[in-house]
Ligand binder design. Structure first.
Ligand SMILES: *[C@@H]1O[C@H](CO)[C@@H](O)[C@H](O)[C@H]1NC(C)=O
Ligand SMILES: *[C@@H]1O[C@H](CO)[C@@H](O)[C@H](O)[C@H]1NC(C)=O
Ligand SMILES: CC(=O)N[C@H]1CO[C@H](CO)[C@@H](O)[C@@H]1O
Length: 405
């Protein structure tokens, strides 16, 4: 009996101490928050933004006829007439493909976040960004991180060699996308692409893939088909200073057939200088089944670099996720090698999604190690890692600002 009451008293004491600590931490992060808000506020609301929006409005006016269509609309009402509605050149689209409004707008910031979590994350980010040594140390530790297991015997086999764009990023044996053998085009189930899991170990949230080579375009569409993918995120220009980054794996206009996948370019909509959206109608010629695939193409992110502003990439991400709307299929993310820019994008998206789902603790470095367990070389440079931190902080800041006070 005595032991029991002592235990009870102890438990009550522990609970009291824990809540007191939590309260203090909260108070502190509120303070941090105030500073942070004033700090970040300056770089988002300048004339640069106005100029940028004006530029986009102008673009939009020119390309008003090319607005991207909602995939549902396509599936339900355009199924029979898809081949008649390519809208490639300005003004060339059929009237039914046009949308009445054409003003450029940034995707609104979602406002579903636990406010104290937001504040804690912001001060965590702030500490990282202020203390360059801390960032340096963290990056060094990440550089020496060894994924285990890390064998790539299939990727290195003679059959697969010509399917790798670079030998720096290969798919691990334990974490690679396998193409269905019965559909095999090239006598191999290998493609340089890795499933990336978040929480659910059976269903990948993303597929990180290298940009297709001329010889792997059919494999790429096979992967799109077999994974049930409806959204593709492309983060590289087709070529950069004359260096090929990715084969143009879609038709310039009309349709092309890759092995037995027919791809129709339905629309191409330029949102702004930095990115555009294409809508494809994909048909499996063996079964006659069809699907709409939307490709979001970010144009101004160079190999081993970072985007010009976090704001643009964040708006791009919101548009991707609005189109995706929490479906069950993985999002295919690719750049050239499918690891540097792709890893940075996935890191940002994964962290922000976890936060939106109410995660109380976010460790970006640990999240990156989790990504590197699944694909080699995710996030190539310290600048890219720092960019991911900045982008997360900026989005949290925007979400907090958008919340009712
Ligand atoms: C691919 O298909 C061919 C016949 O169509 C077959 O001989 C070969 O074994 C298949 N390859 C794989 C990896 O399943
Ligand atoms: C697919 O469509 C074509 C032409 O409409 C038809 O000849 C073929 O039998 C269809 N195949 C299947 C598997 O339904
Ligand atoms: C390890 C490996 O097979 N690497 C090859 C992947 O493909 C590229 C381009 O074809 C080759 O240069 C690599 O040697």
């Amino acid at each position: 009996m005595a032991i029991l009451s002592v235990l009870c008293v102890l438990i009550i004491l522990v609970v009291l101490v824990v809540s007191a600590t939590f309260f203090c931490v909260r108070q502190q992060s509120h303070l941090h928050m105030k500073e942070k808000l004033s700090g970040l506020g300056t770089d988002t609301s300048s004339d640069a933004t106005a100029t940028y929006q004006e530029l986009c409005r102008q673009r939009m006016a020119i390309r008003a006829s090319e607005r991207v269509e909602r995939p549902e609309t396509l599936r339900h009402s355009r199924l029979n007439s898809v081949s008649s509605q390519f809208s490639d050149g300005p003004g060339a689209g059929s009237p039914s493909a046009r949308s009445s409004t054409s003003s450029w707008c940034e995707e609104p910031v979602p406002s579903n976040m636990d406010i104290s979590t937001g504040h804690m994350i912001l001060s965590y980010m702030e500490d990282h960004l202020k203390d360059k040594n801390r960032l340096e140390r963290e990056w060094e530790a990440l550089c020496s991180y060894q994924a285990e297991p890390a064998t790539c015997s299939v990727a290195q086999s003679e059959q697969s060699t010509r399917k790798n764009r670079s030998d720096a990023v290969l798919a691990y044996d334990h974490s690679r996308i396998t193409l269905k053998a019965e559909n095999n085009h090239s006598g191999s189930d290998y493609i340089n692409a890795s499933p990336i899991m978040d929480h659910d170990p059976r269903n990948p949230t993303y597929i990180a893939s290298q940009g297709p080579l001329p010889s792997t375009v059919a494999d790429f569409w096979q992967m799109v088909w077999e994974s049930g993918c409806v959204v593709v995120v492309m983060l590289t220009p087709v070529s950069e200073n004359g260096v090929k980054q990715c084969h143009r794996y879609w038709p310039d206009e009309g349709s092309d057939v890759y092995h037995f996948y027919e791809v129709n370019l339905v629309s191409e909509h330029i949102w702004c200088e930095d990115f555009l959206v294409r809508s494809f109608y994909l048909k499996n010629l063996h079964t006659n089944e069809t699907r709409t695939v939307t490709q979001f193409h970010f144009l101004s992110w160079m190999d081993r670099g970072v985007p010009n502003t976090a704001r643009t990439l964040l708006d791009f991400r919101r548009k991707v996720n609005k189109c995706y709307r929490g479906r069950a299929c993985p999002i295919i993310v690719h750049c050239s090698d499918g690891a540097g820019r792709s890893g940075t994008y996935i890191l940002i998206d994964m962290v922000l999604n976890r936060m939106a789902k109410g995660a109380k603790e976010i460790d970006i470095a640990a999240t990156l190690e989790h990504l590197r367990d699944q694909r080699a070389g995710m996030v190539h440079t310290k600048e890219q890692f720092e960019f991911a931190l900045t982008a997360v902080a900026e989005e949290v800041n925007a979400i907090l600002k958008a919340m009712p006070q």
